[in-house]
Design a protein around this ligand. Structure first.
Ligand code: PMT
Length: 414
């Protein structure tokens, strides 16, 4: 995939050790056919010289807001209009704070305010600065405003510590930029999604269920359609409209959701299990409404099938993504679930606290796949869904560069 040809990229560089990686990024962007203009903050110039970036980009590097010569040529407003996308890499904690405040106290911050093009930041900083609540709040605010946050990666840091805060490698940033311009990253792909809760009948009027509203799964269905996929949504009982372009089938309980998914999974390229499926159902369903004669009532429960694990275990299984809804040890539980269910990707979210997870408009996700992980900070589910679909499309493409198992199976049997 290369959607960067002829794209105009404005690369902002702020003052961190990782600024040296920007040189490689500029070189690789140009290799992919992009036109690159570089804007550096004053601090960035302490780490890498404008001359290096000028040589690599083939363009004058912009550094000053009040530079009469630059303003006479391509001034800051022209630059903001010129670009197809702005990427700030590395983005320091200080720059993110200024961006969150909407400051225009240097050329780069002013351009970020003035542009209508998509804006992405690739944070790089000490791990304690990254986890500081001030930085987390700034990022959550930026994400809510539509700023894309790419990375950081985790590992050894220049300061000698280890943890999250490393700038994503140039190749990963190129892929993200590419994904930004990819029209229909899932064009023609068949995506099967489960969403919402299940209801496990106790008697004709009562059931066991949970607080899932379906919002996360429905947002993913809408985002997958936007990305060009043919989407089938197996939905538990929710009060949401079906997103345009999505085929919806209703499932009341786990057994019917399981059957509906089994019927369709063989034709799917990608399966996304967002539904909060009840793990147990009453062993006996009373045919008449239970009477409250006794002081206590014992319900015997039996295990429901694991819909996601069953799909992942199919021969020619589609690319499988699941969620992990956790109230403790999120990372450990999510990693364990990915391996136990044989998933390509798992998205873990905190549940049980207000504002995220079940029945809220916002969420935050920790993604884990073989050899990789990424945090998607708190943002509206609609926005997270778009980002997640972009990541799924990329991982899917990496896993099946020659086509999906279904395509290959069809070719084999032709
Ligand atoms: O619907 P919303 O209000 O928007 O809330 C979204 C959400 C919190 C429900 C969603 O983000 C989420 O976390 N969904 C998964 C909930 C869940 O059941 O998690 P789990 O950790 O128990 O299950 C792990 C995975 O296995 C999930 O992908 C689940 O869909 C799947 N599963 C679980 C049990 C089962 N019998 N069959 C399954 O397919």
């Amino acid at each position: 995939m290369n959607c960067l040809t002829s794209k105009r990229i404005l690369l902002g560089i702020t003052g961190g050790v990782a600024a040296y990686k920007a040189a490689e990024l500029v070189r690789r962007l140009r290799e992919r056919g992009a036109e690159v203009r570089v804007v550096m903050t004053q601090a960035a110039q302490a780490f890498i010289t404008p001359l290096t970036l000028q040589a690599l980009s083939g363009q004058r590097v912009h550094t000053d807001l009040l530079d009469p010569e630059a303003e006479a040529a391509m001034g800051h407003i022209e630059l903001a209009r010129w670009t197809d996308a702005v990427l700030v890499a590395p983005a320091t904690a200080d720059f993110l704070a200024r961006l969150a405040q909407g400051r225009a106290d240097d050329l780069l911050a002013t351009l970020c305010l003035a542009t209508r093009a998509p804006l992405a930041v690739a944070p790089a900083m000490n791990q304690a600065m990254w986890t500081n609540p001030a930085t987390r709040d700034n990022l959550a605010l930026l994400a809510r405003r539509g700023v894309r946050v790419w990375g950081p990666a985790e590992g050894a840091q220049a300061c000698g510590e280890t943890g999250p805060g490393r700038l994503l490698e140039p190749e990963a940033l190129l892929d993200r930029l590419d994904g930004l311009f990819a029209d229909g990253a899932l064009a023609g792909r068949r995506v099967l999604i489960t969403a919402g809760p299940t209801r496990e009948a106790i008697d004709p009027v009562r059931f066991l269920s949970n607080r899932s509203s379906g919002k996360m799964g429905y947002a993913l269905a809408a985002a997958a359609v936007e990305a060009g996929a043919l989407v089938t949504l197996v939905s538990g009982p929710v009060a949401l409209d079906c997103p345009p372009g999505v085929t919806r089938v209703w499932a009341e309980d786990a057994l019917s959701m399981h059957a509906l998914v089994q019927e369709r999974a063989g034709q799917a390229d990608i399966f996304i299990a967002t539904a909060a499926v009840a793990d147990y159902r009453p062993r006996q369903v009373a045919t008449a409404k239970l009477k409250k004669d006794a002081a206590t009532l014992n319900l015997e429960l039996e295990r429901n099938p694991d819909i996601l694990a069953a799909v992942a275990a199919m021969p020619n299984a589609p690319f499988c993504m699941g969620f992990a809804a956790e109230t403790d040890n999120l990372v450990a539980h999510a990693r364990k679930k990915r391996l136990a269910k044989g998933l390509d990707l798992v998205a873990a979210n905190w549940v049980g606290a207000p504002g995220q997870g079940f029945d809220s408009d916002d969420n935050a996700l920790e993604l884990f796949w073989e050899g990789g992980q990424e945090s998607l900070p708190e943002a509206p589910k609609t926005r997270l869904a778009r980002e997640l679909i972009g990541i799924i499309a990329r991982l899917y493409q990496e896993k099946y560069p020659q086509g999906t198992p279904q395509d290959l199976h069809a070719q084999d049997s032709a």
